[in-house]
Design a protein around this ligand. Structure first.
Ligand code: 3UK
Length: 522
């Protein structure tokens, strides 16, 4: 069932866009964004116009087209317009900085950049340093002299476009993924990868249907958002809702009220914030969380307030989307769930030997949505892609029932008194305390230079930092988990440092502590 049997000549834009027209969905709503909307026919015309525009700029098959776009109806038109002519879109993280964009554009050798007018100032400082970029197309606003306006460029283009005869194994799109060391890796995905994710996780776990309305608060440039907001809905001819703004509880609740999605996708931090604010999720049938482990306490509070499940699942840029997930009605709160049909997972030791249930090891995963390579990073490719298996770099433990439990990244695990402590476990415990909004646990050296857990804590609005609170939290962990796991220090902070995709930057917390240590010695 998981052999997709796609023809050898296959183009993802034909599958996700044109097929909907052939199947009679031309008048159906494909995209809703603020007060604007696109039917599938309008979407197809936009895709074709954009593909023709790229051709008029002499973009050819296999050439990269960088997208630096907010979540608007332009996104799927540019994404599939590039794919339809056999070019390769690169979805760039809009929260990054000019130096990052310089790296992406030079590393990928993108010929064209499509940039939202609101993000143009991020490109200005680095323009002179771009070795390969030929054209800048400005979307959702006017273009400065020398650049092209997307609207003006597309208006005179024909609404018909021939599909490039790509192979199902041709490069289709890239995403940049940053690791703990080295520069970001251009993660190359193939024409068949999106179909695989949609037919496995999308169909078997989410049961996506034509009448679903998808709303991903996680942005389209994130591998998670790209599936939620583009290729899952378009796979079944459903409707996608886009929110161009940075998600806040207020604008997310407002979008739900206005556009009535049936499926909602967020990251744990957002669920935590939404639990603190007034609002309704009326109309939603299922919520999804990914990106980092979802605290069990959020699942329970969400269920009590909205009578809705949040399905936690682990995905990665390398695998395109989620490969281990909870299922509706079979949730084990605090776990990442079970292997998604179409994927296989193993937990192995340092010698790549399989470990039995109950033992922590490295998570490997296999499935046909896996990346083909990291662009121009042969050694990193070799370390990650082991034949059919992808090394996630995550520590996981599988229980007797086949549920996978996250035990931190390979490099986050702490040895405390010679015993492994998972910072995630301490965090999940702390977050169960009613005063805590968010927390992060890292290893910090004690007076003997031995590593002990340290907790950074964001209290919710009803509580203030105090020595009493500090003791209460330590006692709470001591009495909930094995004694040796309790955080020896608690630091109250206003906000945790996060990546653009909402992951806690533990390394920043570690660097902060190291600097303080040095000052102490000096
Ligand atoms: C971690 C999780 C525990 C894990 C992603 C859904 O997050 C995504 O991709 P990234 O490449 O990061 C991958 C890494 O993030 N992680 C993700 N989800 C979970 N850890 N529980 C989870 N539920 O370390 C993984 O290796 O940014 C998520 C779909 C597509 C994605 N790319």
């Amino acid at each position: 069932p998981y052999n997709l049997n796609l023809p050898e000549t296959f183009n993802a834009a034909d599958y996700f866009i044109d097929r909907n027209i052939r199947e009679g969905r031309g008048d159906k709503l494909a995209v809703l964004c603020e007060e604007r909307s696109l039917t599938y026919r309008q979407l197809q015309e936009g895709v074709n116009r954009f593909g023709n525009a790229l051709k008029s700029l002499d973009v050819r098959m296999e050439e990269r087209v960088a997208l630096l776009l907010l979540d608007t109806e332009v996104y799927p038109q540019a994404f599939f317009g590039a794919i339809k002519i056999g070019a390769v879109p690169i979805c760039l993280n809009t929260m990054n900085r000019p130096q990052d964009f310089q790296f992406y554009l030079n590393d990928s050798r993108a010929r064209v950049l499509v940039v939202d007018a609101l993000l143009l100032d991020q490109i200005e400082p680095i323009r002179r340093n771009l070795q390969f970029l030929k054209h800048v197309i400005v979307a959702n606003g006017s273009a400065p002299a020398g650049d092209l306006s997307l609207a003006e460029l597309c208006a005179p283009q024909p609404t018909e476009l021939e599909t490039a005869p790509t192979c199902r194994d041709d490069a289709c799109f890239w995403l940049y993924s940053s690791g703990s060391t080295g520069s970001p890796k251009g993660t190359v995905h193939l024409q068949h990868d999106m179909v695989y994710s949609a037919k496995t996780y999308g169909a078997k776990v989410l049961d996506i249907k034509e009448n679903d309305v998808f709303f991903s608060a996680a942005k389209l440039f994130f591998a998670y958002g790209l599936g939620n907001g583009i290729y899952f809905p378009f796979c079944v001819g459903a409707t996608a809702v886009y929110l161009p703004l940075r998600p806040t509880p207020a604008n997310v609740y407002e979008t739900v009220r206005r556009h009535r999605p049936t499926l909602f996708f967020g990251v744990p931090t957002l669920y935590g914030q939404m639990l603190e604010e007034e609002g309704s999720m009326n109309g939603v049938r299922l919520c999804v969380s990914a990106g980092e482990a979802l605290p069990a306490a959020y699942i329970h509070r969400w269920k009590a307030r909205f009578q809705l499940d949040i399905l936690d699942g682990i995905g990665s840029t390398e695998m395109a989307h989620i490969f281990i997930s909870n299922r509706p009605g079979e949730i084990v709160a605090g776990s990442s769930g079970r292997v998604v049909p179409g994927y296989e997972a193993r937990i192995v030791d340092e010698n790549m030997h399989d470990l039995p249930a109950g033992e922590i090891g490295t998570l490997l995963v296999k499935g046909d949505s896996a990346t083909a390579l990291y662009w121009n990073k042969h050694e990193k490719t070799r370390q990650t892609i082991m034949g059919h298996w992808i090394n996630t770099g995550d520590k996981y433990v599988c229980d007797e029932n086949g549920y996978f439990h996250c035990a931190g990244r390979s490099d986050d695990m702490l040895k405390v008194g010679g015993i492994w402590v998972s910072p995630n476990e301490v965090e999940s415990c702390l977050i169960g305390h009613p005063a805590i909004l968010e927390c992060a646990v890292i290893g910090a050296p004690d007076e003997d230079n031995l590593i002990k857990p340290m907790a950074f804590v964001v209290l919710n609005s009803q509580h203030q930092p105090s020595p009493e609170m500090e003791n209460e939290l330590k006692e709470y962990v001591k009495t909930t988990l094995a004694m040796y796991k309790y955080p020896r220090w608690i630091r109250f902070i206003d906000e945790l440092p996060k990546t653009a995709t909402g992951k806690i930057k533990r390394f920043e917390l570690r660097t902060m502590i190291q600097k303080e240590e040095l000052q102490h010695v000096a």
